[in-house]
Design a protein around this ligand. Sequence first.
Ligand SMILES: C[S@@+](CC[C@H](N)C(=O)[O-])C[C@H]1O[C@@H](n2cnc3c(N)ncnc32)[C@H](O)[C@@H]1O
Length: 264
Amino acid sequence: MTRTDGYLFDNRQTEAGERFDALAALFDPTTFRHLEALGVGPGWRCWEVGAGGTSVVSWLAKKVGPTGRVVATDIDTSRVAAVARPPVEVRVHDVGAQEPPGEEFDLVHARLVLVHVPDRERALRSMVEALRPGGRILVEDADPALQPLICPDEHGPEQHLANRLRQGFRQLLADRGADLAYGRRLPRLLREAGLRRVEADAYFPVTSPACAALESATIRQLRDQLVAAGLATDQDIDRHLANVTSGGLDLATAPMISAWGRKA
Ligand SMILES: C[S@@+](CC[C@H](N)C(=O)[O-])C[C@H]1O[C@@H](n2cnc3c(N)ncnc32)[C@H](O)[C@@H]1O
């Protein structure tokens, strides 16, 4: 299927569910720590942008309770639809091309979304506009250019192959218009958008079973695209998947930058 929204993956594929589970295992503790610190609680009105899977939306729903509201949007809601019951509303929505799905939100959050959105400037503007005065924003995005290797310790042919395939994946992302150095820009972009008390930090998994699960699902999901673009052969991919399954590789992810602030 040819897509025009820039996003490389199809959320309906089995591997997408595996990817969302791995992203939750890797990044939910960091996201929840930040959301707790921002004070999310009963009655809050939240917009979860590019929700993808269900873990963050379910966590928010529990925090805001029956008097709150969680609007979960995505260009492809096939996964998050599973939790579409009060206080959660699920909507198909392109954050880079459509008006916000509401206003006066207490919290707007997006994780690993804006890096993929061709008009990410408009997307961020729209997210800030949708906040009430004093409302909080948390934007979390990868910065693959800060640390481009999936095997930072490249000590053998297996690690070399893994890093070569990772380079191919990055190429596919860049060809779709992804900004591979977006994470580091977030503090400045939030300040330029008029937000106050902007802070940021980063989380960088170096090796874990969830990193391996994410890599396996990603490579299986992108196999055809990698081969069609001449970035890998089927043999490369089979060999790499076997190496991942054997558990002998220390696989990392790109650092995820979390940046937050408050609307004046
Ligand atoms: C890497 S996934 C991250 C999902 C989830 N936020 C998480 O951290 O687990 C990116 C998500 O952004 C969604 N997405 C991509 N482009 C989008 C756009 N223009 N508007 C809204 N959602 C978008 C995708 O469909 C996908 O669900």
